[in-house]
Design a protein around this ligand. Sequence first.
Ligand SMILES: Cc1ncc(COP(=O)(O)O)c(C=O)c1O
Length: 441
Amino acid sequence: MFGTQIVNNEGHLMIGGCDTVDLANEFGTPLYIYDTALIKEKIEEFKAAFSRHKEIDWQIAYASKAFSTLAMVQLIDEAGLALDVVSGGELYTALHAGMPASRIHFHGNNKSDSELRLALDAAVGAIVVDNFYELDRLNQLCAERRQSMDILLRVTPGVEAHTHEFIMTGHDDTKFGFNLDNGMAEQAIRLALESSYLILKGLHCHIGSQIFETEGFAEAIRTIYKYLDRWSAQLGFSPRILNVGGGFGIHYTELDHPLPIADYIDTIVATVREECDNRALPLPAIWVEPGRSLVGEAGTTLYTAGATKEIPGTRTYLSVDGGMADNIRPSLYQADYQAICASRANLPADKILAIAGKCCETGDILIKQAHLPAGCTSGDILAVLSTGAYGYSMASHYNRLPAPAVVFVEDGDASLVVRRETYADIIRLDVPLQVKTHNDN
Ligand SMILES: Cc1ncc(COP(=O)(O)O)c(C=O)c1O
């Protein structure tokens, strides 16, 4: 939902063939809407990028942490993609949505025994093992059950990529994965190869998020292959799968200039091929785990504007009926967004307003400098764009605000895929104190 906006005769913003003001009236606000045609377009872009490389086996696994609901998983399943889950809850959602377990892989830096058991019961396609504790626990659980499990080892190649730059940190100070430089990864490979139950299929790395350059991916792959010189010679290990994670950048504002997906995939495939050719190693299957690049731009949050506060010469605040409880990203890491006045989308955006959330936190500001029409005020519907990733999935109940509803829109049809929470939902898990009866006698 970025680029040219479609506006109808009433001056209302249209998404997926639906009038956003009508959606706000029908489903209430705050409301998450997803343009599912756009998600499918992004999926096809990934598939087309890989299909050009006939010699490569590949897998696209949607990183469901970006936005996980039954309907979303069903959409991914129908598109034939795989799924990356990072918790028992995401796995449970995936299984309930009917996602074949064989197409699920399970991430996480502190999977509990019960989460590992859930994954083993379901016989997921692979577990991405993050640390020695997990390697040991998983090995023991598999031994107890006499069950084998395909695993990848998450390694940290010392490459950190963010937006337009990547840096070689040499050694990574991160809670995730086995470091390459200090021998952890080699030790993990040795242990995995010794196991009778764990089948070491390959390696995984994830170098960052919102990445707008390709070289960080190439550098991470080259770094891993440098170590593979020794591991293939001494341990006879060469990965059958190389999972390079996600992180492909998207449009949040006009300052973002994402690359075509094919640019990333071409670089990844070319680098893997070159590294393998140089060492006469077999080409691994290449896996990627896009999250935000599949759903980010497809999501829009609708809010109703309420109170205004003008501080002459300083700023005008326009408060909306949601905020950090439904989108923590601006307050958590100063994420930037753009907004449109959906109910006056035909008017020029000639005024700068601060869009404030309704939570009791000074920092609950969704957009510090939103360009909106001068007349945009209380009662208008605001659309914050590109909120599809890590918005709803990071929502909280702060201030006991009920979580918004989520609607999928396509071809003029809107379907509710998550209903709005009610106040009754908010207290449904609370256990009241038992009233003590005092006997004064
Ligand atoms: C291991 C892993 N894979 C994939 C992703 C998805 O990243 P993105 O949504 O930026 O594509 C993440 C995000 O944190 C991740 O940690």
